[in-house]
Design a protein around this ligand. Structure first.
Ligand code: PLP
Length: 282
């Protein structure tokens, strides 16, 4: 599968495809040294990118929160077109769009796209579900809304903590984590949005807690409402997840992953996952 990887970089106003095994970023790039940049992960499926607009919209918002110059939708579309050339229709791809501060000090930002097959483990979790542990991040739920320097709501390249949370979850036998605030309020997964079903309604935590606004969650909620399934933004707790009729971690590449075990406790399955996956488009 490795020969399927593709890379394109934005150079002098054009998308340039480069061999996937060749370096494209300066060692002095601020994205590399400081994680100073933003990104998106976009699903490539059936030869297309059905949800691209929502990702480009969030990328523009993230760039604005970091005072980064976004090269704009047409540049990202050109980068995507360059990496998708020759991509087989029957292989699902994860396309990462990166925008970094480049060399800093007024130099142009670095913009690039990488495309690789969706990992087999991600596909397994999508179909078989996941076990999840709750992990605290020690920040009050209301704090990030008052602290723009914490970049709540931006999808930044500074994902070392998110990756460490997933490694910690795996080290204690789970697949993934649900992060909670100092008071125990639900926030999000390290790479996903938390959604649960209770009382005939789909719930998700408020973005005012500083979590990322999820594009998959937004799509699911829009379609659920259109079909008469009520939705709500609810400040829940882990106890709410234990009591729920269904719990999912949603993200663009994995789709809605059913949480079958939470903090070591198996969850009862009320059979809602097929509908959630259909509405989310995965
Ligand atoms: N929250 C975080 C921290 C994420 O990294 C992601 C994944 O990108 C999400 C939520 C879910 O967002 P989306 O559904 O747009 O992929």
């Amino acid at each position: 599968m490795n020969d399927l990887r593709a890379v394109a970089v934005w150079r002098d106003g054009a998308a340039v495809r480069v061999p996937a095994d060749q370096p494209v970023v300066s060692a002095f790039d601020q994205g590399l040294g400081r994680g100073d940049g933003v990104f998106e992960s976009v699903l490539v499926v059936d030869g297309g990118t059905p949800y691209l607009a929502a990702h480009l919209n969030r990328l523009a918002g993230s760039a604005s929160l970091l005072d980064l110059a976004d090269p704009g939708a047409s540049a990202w579309e050109a980068l995507l077109g360059a990496v998708r050339t020759g991509w087989p229709r029957d292989v699902e791809g994860a396309c990462r769009l990166f925008l970094t501060r480049g060399l800093g000090e007024g130099a142009p930002p670095t913009a690039l796209a990488l495309l690789a097959p969706v990992p087999a483990e991600t596909l397994r979790q999508r179909t078989e579900g996941i076990s999840v542990v709750s992990l605290g991040i020690g920040v009050p739920a209301a704090f990030r809304a008052t602290a723009p320097w914490l970049l709540g709501g931006a999808k930044t390249l500074s994902y070392a903590v998110n990756m460490a949370a997933q490694r910690h979850a795996r080290s204690i036998g789970a697949d993934d984590a649900v992060l909670t605030s100092l008071e125990g309020q639900l926030l999000e997964g390290p790479t996903s949005t938390v959604v649960w079903a209770a009382g005939g309604t789909l719930h998700t935590p408020p973005v005012e807690t500083g979590i990322l606004p999820g594009t998959t969650q937004a799509r699911l909620f829009d379609r659920a409402r259109q079909q008469g399934w009520p939705t709500a933004v609810t400040p829940g707790t882990v106890a709410d997840l234990h009591a729920a009729d269904g719990v999912w971690l949603l993200s663009g590449i994995r789709g809605p992953a059913t949480v079958h075990t939470l903090d070591g406790v198996p969850r009862a399955d009320a059979g809602l996952s097929a509908r959630v996956r259909e509405l989310a488009g995965r």
